[in-house]
Design a protein around this ligand. Structure first.
Ligand code: 13P
Ligand code: ZN
Length: 272
């Protein structure tokens, strides 16, 4: 017999994380989306993997992910409600044998579909799995201060990364690869997915100007923590600007000392 999927740790992690993102104000209305790569062994404990509820086209070639399982947030679902309505807000999907559709095994019970940002999620998963076999999570949210900073700070990703690193001592340790920034683009498209995945080759944080941020990681905590750290730095930047700007900062030498002390390699070209 199958265990109750509502007790599955991966489902509870989705509920807890969406609730946290909502609580922090980073996912108003239906803002934000998460996809979580699951192993067949995990899914098999809860679901009959031979039973497909529906097949849904994904519109681009996801051949590299054929047979892979994800739990993913639904398009138009409010993060505020995921905890109380998991079977409507979340779906367990498998990329179908044609690589151009997914099979819904559970969830989206009111007829819903996976997030409109599925192209970006899947393209990012493909890219991250190429560089990190332990990769599992893609998370998108509308982190308030990061969005704010994309109006007031240069969108040059080297300059942006340097500013974030300077704002909190921990930043360079948490994201030594820095942040990628793509141009403003229409969300939900294959084009924005391609641009994001191109950045994800070298880094795990990608900013969409005037929209939000994407993070990638091996666990839910780690991915959330990555976004949380960048958002905290952006919040400090906001406060620093409001207080009249920097009078002193963490120097490049000090940033390098931090990297050395914590055994991380800062992205090249950022420290002088
Ligand atoms: P979805 O509701 O389709 O996930 O879209 C929300 C969002 O944040 C789009 O960028
Ligand atoms: Zn969004």
């Amino acid at each position: 017999m199958y265990k109750d999927i509502l007790t599955a740790p991966f489902l509870q992690e989705m509920c807890d994380t969406t609730a946290n993102l909502y609580r922090l104000g980073w996912d108003e209305r239906n803002g934000g989306n998460i996809s979580y790569l699951l192993s067949e062994e995990e899914v098999k404990k809860y679901l009959d993997i031979a039973h497909v509820e529906r097949t849904v086209p994904i519109g681009f070639d996801a051949t590299a992910l054929i047979g892979k399982y994800f739990i993913v947030t639904g398009s138009g679902k409010y993060f505020k409600n995921v905890k109380s309505k998991p079977a409507e807000s979340l779906g367990v999907i498998r990329i179908a044998a044609d690589g151009r559709s997914y099979e819904l095994l559970w969830g989206f019970e009111d007829g819903g579909v996976a997030t409109s940002e599925l192209p970006t999620h899947l393209m990012n998963h493909i890219q991250r799995l190429e560089v990190d076999p332990n990769h599992r999570i893609i998370m998108h949210c509308h982190a308030t201060h990061v969005i704010g900073m994309t109006f007031t700070h240069s969108l040059d990703e080297v300059a942006f990364t340097k500013t974030l690193w300077e704002m909190c001592t921990e930043c360079i340790v948490v994201f030594p690869d820095g942040v990628g920034i793509i141009p403003w683009m229409v969300p939900g498209t294959d084009a924005i997915g391609k641009a994001s995945a191109f950045k994800m080759k070298d880094m795990r944080l990608v900013i969409w100007p005037h929209h939000g941020i994407f993070g990638a990681g091996t666990t839910m905590d780690e991915t959330f923590g990555l976004i949380e750290t960048a958002e905290k730095a952006a919040q400090v930047y906001t406060i620093v600007c409001a207080q009249g700007g920097k009078k002193q900062t963490i120097t490049d030498q000090q940033l390098q000392d931090l990297a050395d002390a914590f055994g991380v390699t800062p992205r090249e070209g950022i420290l002088n």
